[in-house]
Design a protein around this ligand. Structure first.
Ligand SMILES: [Ca+2]
Ligand SMILES: [Ca+2]
Length: 212
């Protein structure tokens, strides 16, 4: 008959594989938890976005139209970004959408059409001061006045639409101040108004056809 001591020892030896398995499982779980933490770290995500843009200004008009609308934005340093100068200071025009002209690309001999009509200007550093946002009707195909949606989104610290409106452009050479606003010392947007200003250099060269 085995002693009580030997019985206890055998029980302990029998339990070893289970404890090993449990330990390995916990070790694996802890490793996966650490990997998950690295991927969902909110600070890292925020830092990645901050390098791209602080504010996004977009002008959108109906798809499948040949009409060419332009965004013009003047920053606090009195420099103006547009298709004529796509990068000034920290203002960037991401794409001059020209209606239908640049909506088609060819891949392996097959035409692919993206009928979207949208121009986007990004403010990449939120310098305080006034920003003026103008819309200009560069080229028309539609015979009727064109509705253009203007939106301003703040990106950091969280995505937030701070302004949106629909502006009616009457025809070629119509230039309108969609909005002017200020970025304060804390990076917030304030003091929205529509006080008109001319940002394009066209005023002396063109007489608006739609006004006749
Ligand atoms: Ca354009
Ligand atoms: Ca387009």
């Amino acid at each position: 008959m085995a002693s009580l001591y030997l019985q206890k020892n055998r029980t302990a030896l029998n339990a070893d594989p289970f404890i090993d398995l449990l330990f390995n499982f916990l070790l694996g779980f802890a490793f996966l938890f650490l990997v998950a933490l690295l991927y969902i770290n909110p600070e890292a995500k925020e830092a990645n976005i901050e390098k791209q843009a602080e504010y996004i200004i977009s002008a959108t008009w109906p798809e499948h139209l040949k009409d060419d609308i332009d965004l013009w934005v003047r920053g606090p340093d009195d420099q103006t970004v547009s298709y004529l100068n796509k990068e000034v200071g920290w203002l960037h025009l991401d794409r001059d959408d020209r209606g239908e002209i640049n909506d088609v690309i060819v891949i392996d001999g097959v035409e692919k059409i993206h009928p979207i009509n949208q121009e986007i200007i990004t403010i990449r550093k939120k310098h305080s001061g006034e920003y003026i946002v103008n819309l200009y009707y560069y080229d028309a195909d539609s015979e009727k006045p064109l509705p253009v949606k203007l939106r301003i989104d703040r990106v950091n610290p969280r995505f937030q639409t701070v302004y949106q409106d629909t502006i009616i452009l009457n025809g070629v050479d119509d230039e309108q101040t969609a909005v002017r606003f200020s970025i304060d010392e804390n990076g917030g947007a304030e003091r929205f108004s529509q006080l008109p200003a001319t940002l394009t250099p066209y005023a002396l060269e063109h007489s608006p056809a739609w006004a006749n």
